[in-house]
Ligand binder design. Sequence first.
Ligand SMILES: Nc1ncnc2c1ncn2[C@@H]1O[C@H](COP(=O)(O)OP(=O)(O)OP(=O)(O)O)[C@@H](O)[C@H]1O
Ligand SMILES: Nc1ncnc2c1ncn2[C@@H]1O[C@H](COP(=O)(O)OP(=O)(O)OP(=O)(O)O)[C@@H](O)[C@H]1O
Ligand SMILES: [Mg+2]
Ligand SMILES: [Mg+2]
Lengths: 226, 226
Amino acid sequence: LVDIKNLKKTYKMGETYVKALDGVDVLINEHEFVSIIGPSGSGKSTLMNMIGCLDSPDEGSYHLEGIDVSEMSDGKLAMIRSKKIGFIFQGFNLLPKMTALENVEMPLIYQHYSHKKRKSRAIESLEKVGLGDRLHHKPAELSGGQQQRVAIARALAANPPIILADEPTGNLDSKSGQEIMDLLVELHNKGNTIILITHDDYVANVARRKVCIMDGKITEDVEVFR
Amino acid sequence: LVDIKNLKKTYKMGETYVKALDGVDVLINEHEFVSIIGPSGSGKSTLMNMIGCLDSPDEGSYHLEGIDVSEMSDGKLAMIRSKKIGFIFQGFNLLPKMTALENVEMPLIYQHYSHKKRKSRAIESLEKVGLGDRLHHKPAELSGGQQQRVAIARALAANPPIILADEPTGNLDSKSGQEIMDLLVELHNKGNTIILITHDDYVANVARRKVCIMDGKITEDVEVFR
Ligand SMILES: Nc1ncnc2c1ncn2[C@@H]1O[C@H](COP(=O)(O)OP(=O)(O)OP(=O)(O)O)[C@@H](O)[C@H]1O
Ligand SMILES: Nc1ncnc2c1ncn2[C@@H]1O[C@H](COP(=O)(O)OP(=O)(O)OP(=O)(O)O)[C@@H](O)[C@H]1O
Ligand SMILES: [Mg+2]
Ligand SMILES: [Mg+2]
């Protein structure tokens, strides 16, 4: 599914260079549940943005379902981002002028649902993350953890086959965090592929496989035993 | 130091009311190290904003160092916010057009340091959170955890007597999180008062006292034994 070889990303800052990704190789198959861990600044979000087709590398290759992503048309990339991949951003990226409900409805617009069905699916998704009573709050009218949960509900609303979650529980108490992990496990059991970045050991061990990144390189790639 | 009685904050949302704070009483003395814990949406950040003089309640009273905050002049409030209190925000609140260094220098401007001293203090603060090599990156050129650390460095740079930290380790791996907690413990030993909101049990137990909030009310207020 996700076939990445020798991926590199370097930022030029004045006279110096920051090697965000320094030759990453990783292969992830359908239906896997993979966690990505590593120190702050090690390259996790940068890698995730590559996988999610939101950014492109300076070197190396990325084949998604066998097709070279760098050869894809803009239309094909847009389709992938709206239909194949659900992205839970580390910084949430909610639209500030829209309510929680409107934010969660956004990806459903591409699914060609009726307005009525879109609304009921979005409500259902928000209820699953415990925000059934916050539908009409805008992001500034929500707590940090509630904003994070809107971001989660939005990524899951269209039930995309690939879910990319960048630190989905960072702002949540352990009970709310556990409810989110239960949701992801449930989706994995139904066949979704889940790749999640986390700083939380408990969360990392819910996955079946742990990939460790340090200074833009993969240092470990292990199966999780419970 | 912080004397809060029957604090209430209610948001009107169309026909319904959200009781963010529903009668909170809490007394915090100088040099204490208090952690505030509770579920997502329970009122922690709202309470912190009251303590930090960034928001005012609908009912109840808040005396800071014996003075009723609701009676304070704008000038007095501004002085408190810039000199007495260092605030680490849950959402960081960094200025996007400024570099890490410039963001951390901001509170030092009120200290009337020379330009040279301000810069060296800001650099020192960023080095303490491990960002000595990221001084000239803007927020969008930093990882999530690096942005969080800039927010921490900014709050600590002027060595304010009261430090309010809203989930300071949410985006950090355990090693970076531990370094931040070591910093806070060091400041507490030097005499600072620290109030910190956290979802992390380990972090909560570094404090000397734990206050638990649920549905806008305090449900527990206990000493931490190790
Ligand atoms: N401007 C607002 N309008 C309406 N409701 C609000 C507003 N700001 C906050 N709330 C509500 O007040 C409650 C308390 O919010 P607060 O940010 O204090 O929670 P919190 O304990 O910090 O949560 P978290 O752990 O998720 O950060 C939440 O349920 C939130 O939806
Ligand atoms: N636009 C940019 N310009 C320069 N450097 C950048 C830029 N974006 C990211 N970086 C650097 O690339 C490195 C990797 O960033 P990335 O966001 O992938 O880290 P991360 O592993 O997700 O960290 P965290 O756990 O803190 O979220 C960081 O050291 C960061 O400073
Ligand atoms: Mg990241
Ligand atoms: Mg909060």
